[in-house]
Write a protein of this length. Structure first.
Length: 330
């Protein structure tokens, strides 16, 4: 016979439970998790040794994966007392300059707007070769299912990544990473970003609308989306200029005078720190303003890790157009 719990006892048990974690991932992490999930269900089992895309690796339990796809986060960044959530190398936490961001972005917009347009046909692919390192679960290759925020994560080694992104919808992309070749199922085509509005105010309004309810607040989600547009795409000059001018209007965006990409190149960065103390930097050549890559790290001690802990690093080494996926620019 079941025994009911006295209401007073129930209230006491509820009081003793830890508070729930933040239920949101950034739009950037949600899209990376979605890519990883789609890859898991389309690849043969032998090809699933690594989780390739995520700053936070995708869980493999089916119920959790479905939850990720509908925007329910599996990361609890407030947990304490369990396994160490993340460990990684450390970098110096640079001071940010909020007043310097807008003038820098305006100068970058002027340069980007004057750049010659690269021809891209509807059946072509955008090729991007880069160096990357993102967070993965410790012991990932031979371990069982993992739960983000519970099992320890480490920064992967810096490694090569090649992608072939279709110019428009209707064709699957391709990627090579960690010695494996796999399809980019569900990844957005280049047109997702190349067709963005060229008016900064209109662009920003659309980005806020498209990312509503995602990420660590509206401003953080908008900044992450614009960062996605710069990462593995080929943008028309007016769109690139609009992205820089739109980014200047996002609260909390600041200039970081010196940052380093995954290839060791120094540059000037446009950055924003989220509510959890993680700063994401877009890194640019300080003379030409060419996009170099990204870096993310903690700016203060949190339950996730210590200040300066690196959580991601990338460097774009080559970007071009090819007619077929798997080809390289000539």
């Amino acid at each position: 016979m079941s025994q009911s719990i006295d209401p007073a006892e129930r209230a006491e048990l509820t009081r003793l439970l830890p508070p729930p974690g933040d239920p949101e991932l950034s739009v950037y992490r949600q899209r990376l998790l979605k890519d990883a999930f789609l890859e898991q269900i389309t690849e043969p089992p032998a090809a699933r040794s690594r989780r390739r895309f995520a700053l936070l690796a995708a869980p493999v339990a089916a119920a959790v994966l479905v939850a990720v796809l509908v925007g329910v986060a599996v990361l609890d960044r407030h947990r304490t007392g369990g396994a160490t959530a993340v460990t990684g190398p450390f970098v110096a936490v640079a001071a940010g300059d909020s007043a310097g961001a807008a003038p820098l972005l305006e100068r970058m917009a002027q340069v980007a707007g004057a750049t010659p347009r690269v021809s891209l046909g509807s059946g072509d692919y955008v090729y991007v070769r880069s160096k990357v390192a993102w967070l993965v679960f410790a012991g990932d290759v031979h371990s069982g299912p993992k739960e983000a925020g519970v099992d320890a994560q480490v920064l992967d080694e810096v490694h090569s990544r090649e992608v072939w992104v279709p110019a428009s919808t209707g064709t699957e992309g391709l990627a090579r990473e960690h010695g494996e070749t796999f399809g980019l199922s569900g990844a957005p085509p280049n047109s997702r970003y190349a067709d963005l509005p060229t008016d900064p105010a209109t662009l920003l309004a659309q980005v806020y609308a498209d990312t509503r309810g995602q990420g660590n607040g509206a401003d953080g989600a908008a900044f992450d989306f614009l960062g996605e547009a710069l990462r593995e795409s080929l943008l028309p000059p007016p769109v690139a200029a609009a992205i820089y001018r739109a980014a200047a209007r996002i609260p909390g965006v600041e200039l970081v005078a010196d940052s380093v990409d995954a290839a060791g190149r120094h540059g000037v960065a446009v950055a924003r720190t989220d509510e959890f103390g993680e700063r994401r930097e877009w890194i640019f050549n300080p003379v030409t303003f060419e996009y170099l890559g990204e870096r993310s790290y903690l700016v203060r001690d949190t339950s996730t890790g210590k200040a300066g802990m690196l959580t991601g690093t990338t460097a774009v080494l080559e970007r071009g157009v090819v007619h077929r996926k798997g080809e390289h620019p000539r």
